[in-house]
Design a binder for this molecule. Structure first.
Ligand code: MN
Length: 196
């Protein structure tokens, strides 16, 4: 599963391995979303960690054990690290074990996509829609508000779409549903399957 450990107590801005994504997310959006929004969450996390008692822990442990401002910034660093990591120019259809789990739980990839998009479109305000694995080995889709991550509910997060307006407003304005529908074109399912 995706996790990040600090170097000498400091979290670094996760690298972005692309500049734009096939007309689905523009370079302008990425420059603000990664270079400004995520950078601010990383900087705030590093400011809030000293004295918290959670220094030196991996990011998922900080997310599980923190509250308030520290939780919000740690959660947003973890959420965005997973979001940016899961996109790429290949493997846009699930295969192997993740395909089997999707077919078993949702009936088909198309039915899964429809439910995931619907949960993303109907999340009121800022947050994230997630696909996770539960303790029984089944897939679940959840809506999480603000900085929440499914790890705090004992789930193993696999895939996430960011529905904060900053993720899509420059490219799609108010059309959140169009943004959600377009993201399937850039998901790298090998990255998602590696999180199982
Ligand atoms: Mn975001």
């Amino acid at each position: 599963m995706t996790d990040i450990t600090p170097t000498n107590g400091i979290f670094e801005l996760p690298a972005l391995p692309y500049k734009a994504l096939d007309g689905v997310i523009s370079e302008t959006t990425l420059s603000f979303h990664h270079g400004k929004h995520l950078k601010a969450y990383v900087d705030n996390l590093n400011k809030l960690l000293p004295g918290s008692g959670l220094e030196g822990l991996a990011l998922t442990e900080i997310v599980k054990r923190s509250q308030g401002g520290l939780f919000n910034n740690a959660g947003q660093v973890l959420n965005h690290a997973m979001y940016f990591e899961q996109f790429g120019s290949a493997n846009h259809e699930p295969v192997g074990r993740i395909k089997e789990l999707i077919d078993k739980t949702f009936g088909s990839f198309n039915k899964f996509k429809a439910e995931f998009e619907q949960k993303g479109a109907t999340l009121f305000g800022s947050g994230w829609v997630w696909l996770s694995l539960n303790a029984d080995g089944n897939l679940v889709i959840t809506q999480q508000k603000n900085a929440e991550n499914p790890v705090t509910d004992g789930l193993r997060p696999l895939l996430t779409f960011d529905v904060w307006e900053h993720a899509y407003y420059l490219d799609y304005q108010n059309r959140r549903a169009d943004y959600l529908a377009a993201l399937w074109q850039i998901v790298d399912w090998k990255v998602v399957e590696a999180r199982l």
